[in-house]
Design a protein around this ligand. Structure first.
Ligand SMILES: Cc1cc2nc3c(=O)[nH]c(=O)nc-3n(C[C@H](O)[C@H](O)[C@H](O)COP(=O)(O)OP(=O)(O)OC[C@H]3O[C@@H](n4cnc5c(N)ncnc54)[C@H](O)[C@@H]3O)c2cc1C
Length: 546
């Protein structure tokens, strides 16, 4: 069902006619002009078990949207908004807080503009429905963390799958049919009958059909890590004629692939699921001719004359003329499932600056006690009604620069709560509240919250590298001219290191793993593309014997 609330009768009829023409084969298209009648209609549909896929509304003031959302929680919500590029437009805040998922500006130039927006919303709705065909069936004990990992891998590769508790009727039947019992779980059953019992990540990736073996021993450029930086480097390197091998410890997508919604990647005004963006980029790298090897961890990097040798966990190695390190960081996560599901819809890792304006007159929370948390709180306080900084320890002074501590103390709308930890969250498609544990007084408290910014830092994935690849005190890779500030690193070339080059000539660092990187998807993508240009320059220099 596609349901429209449009206050103007003529406009409603035109809209319904257009939508029915394009989507009428698959969906019933209906609508109302009066909020009260719309509410009743939506209630009747819910009672009759009708599945509403999309709600198009031209009104955020009445409670239709919120009521409709309670009745039809999986329906995508689209706001029909008049063209108005002011920052105070109601759609700006509604998008940031996850009250609406999409917008369409009217008047639209032609129906195709409307259809594109509706298509995008429907495609996303369909992805959230139970698949009709399950390529894989997972039978697992309730709450088994390995089942979550299997689920994540399936999702990252867009595999349609079903998850069956081992004590359910369907779960028992699947095990019986496979000739197994529940003594070893989880069990993964492929559509053609292939059964894997408690599969490793590599077994699962192989069963999905992706390459898990390093079957090339040399290449022009080896890229380590398939997050946005590494995938982009692979797209550019392969498309520019370099023999490219991309090595990934797990499955592609990196941290970006775990984000339910990336709101600030250019070209996607409604945000894009991180997994989808990364899956497309991975497909693009492959189609450009990159050789991608999944579930293969790089464990060492050595210099051997002009070649750079990457050693892998399975004992094999790849000799490359240049290497791009794109191994990212392990972001510390709060690890609260209900909260992680709301990332992009009121829960943000970083992103305080880009979302600040949308927090106008809201009460927002920041988790963290470092400088980035302090800067975020001050920035948000310029727009939000109140900012509450949730700090695990007794004092900010141990982890935050004193100028920030002073600035926070003198900002009246910032409150600091010490010895407080987030333990749970609530909200189905947008954050509504969080639960905090008060470690000082004891007890828990539910705090209404529309936005929570998590700023608790992370650790770069660089411990597999030798001292020949220089790092700063936090473990980030030092690149460019900064390498020369450390004579002890022994830069031995008669030229300066190029901007993204590490202390090992011909080895480049891109994305989050690089010292002073911006820690955004778009900047990781920019680094990946830039590095390939520098790889070409390096190869030319080495090739001409310089
Ligand atoms: C929950 C969350 C939400 C976010 N939301 C946004 C957002 O909305 N907008 C935004 O711009 N940014 C966002 N970010 C930040 C963004 O995801 C990162 O800046 C970006 O992913 C960095 O890309 P990268 O390629 O440098 O590293 P990563 O994405 O971390 O990828 C690194 C890859 O390297 C692999 N790897 C590591 N070590 C090895 C090894 N030894 N051998 C082989 N492979 C290895 C890892 O498995 C991983 O796949 C978010 C981050 C998180 C955690």
């Amino acid at each position: 069902m596609l349901f429209v609330l449009d206050h103007e009768g003529r406009s409603l009829h035109a809209l319904l006619a257009s939508l029915a023409r394009r989507f009428g084969n698959d969906f019933t298209v209906t609508g109302e002009t009066a909020p009260r009648v719309a509410r009743d209609a939506l209630e009747t549909m819910a009672a009759a078990g009708e599945r509403v896929a999309l709600l198009l509304v031209d009104d955020l003031d009445s409670d239709v949207l919120d009521r409709a959302h309670r009745l039809h929680p999986s329906a995508k919500r689209m706001f029909l908004v008049d063209r108005d590029y002011r920052s105070q437009s109601p759609v700006v805040q509604a998008m940031a807080l996850g009250r609406v998922d999409y917008h369409v500006v009217r008047p639209w130039a032609d129906d195709e503009t409307l259809f594109r927006a509706v298509n995008e919303a429907l495609a996303s709705w369909i992805r959230g429905q139970e698949p009709r065909f399950e390529e894989f069936r997972i039978v697992a004990a309730e709450g088994d963390p390995r089942a979550l990992q299997l689920r994540e891998v399936m999702t990252r590769f867009s595999m349609p799958f079903g998850l069956y508790p081992s004590d359910s009727e369907a779960g028992r039947r699947l095990l019986r049919e496979a000739g197994l019992d529940a003594s070893r779980l989880p069990v993964v059953i492929r559509y053609d009958g292939e059964v894997s019992v408690d599969p490793s990540l590599t077994d699962l990736a192989r069963s999905i059909g992706v390459n898990v073996r390093n079957d090339l021993d040399s290449c022009d450029v080896a890229i380590v890590g398939a997050g946005p930086a590494g995938l982009t480097a692979a797209v550019y390197a392969a498309s520019e004629g370099l023999d490219t091998v991309l090595l990934e410890l797990a499955v592609s997508g990196g941290q970006a692939g775990t984000s339910p919604l990336i709101r600030n990647y250019p070209g996607f005004p409604h945000g894009i699921e991180g997994g989808l963006l990364m899956e497309r980029t991975c497909e693009q790298a492959w189609l450009m001719g990159a050789h991608i090897v999944f579930t293969q961890q790089a464990v060492a990097l050595e210099r051997s004359g002009d070649a750079r040798v990457v050693r892998l966990r399975d004992g094999t190695e790849v000799r490359a003329r240049a290497v791009v390190i794109a191994t990212g960081i392990e972001w510390r996560r709060l690890g609260i499932p209900r909260l992680e599901a709301l990332v992009g819809a009121g829960v943000f890792y970083g992103a305080a600056v880009s979302e600040a304006r949308a927090m106008r007159d809201q009460d927002v929370l920041v988790v963290g006690a470092g400088n980035s948390a302090g800067q975020a709180a001050l920035h948000l306080a310029r727009h939000a009604r109140t900012v509450t900084l949730l700090v695990r320890g007794d004092s900010l002074a141990t982890s935050m620069s004193s100028y920030l501590v002073t600035a926070i103390a003198s900002t009246p709308n910032i409150v600091v709560r010490h010895r407080t930890e987030v333990v749970d969250a609530a909200g189905d498609q947008a954050l509504q509240s969080i639960t905090v544990a008060d470690r000082a007084q004891g007890g828990v408290e539910v705090i209404p919250a529309q936005a929570l910014f998590v700023m608790i830092g992370g650790e770069p994935h660089t411990d597999w590298l030798s001292d020949q690849v220089a790092r700063d005190a936090q473990g980030y890779l030092i690149t460019g001219r900064a390498v020369l500030d450390h004579p002890e690193l022994g830069w031995d070339q008669d030229r300066e290191p190029s901007t993204l080059e590490t202390s090992m000539p011909g080895v480049f660092a891109v994305g989050d793993v690089r010292q002073d990187s911006i820690k955004r998807v778009a900047s990781a993508v920019g680094d990946g593309a830039t590095a390939v240009r520098l790889v070409h320059e390096h190869l030319r220099a080495v090739g001409s014997g310089r």
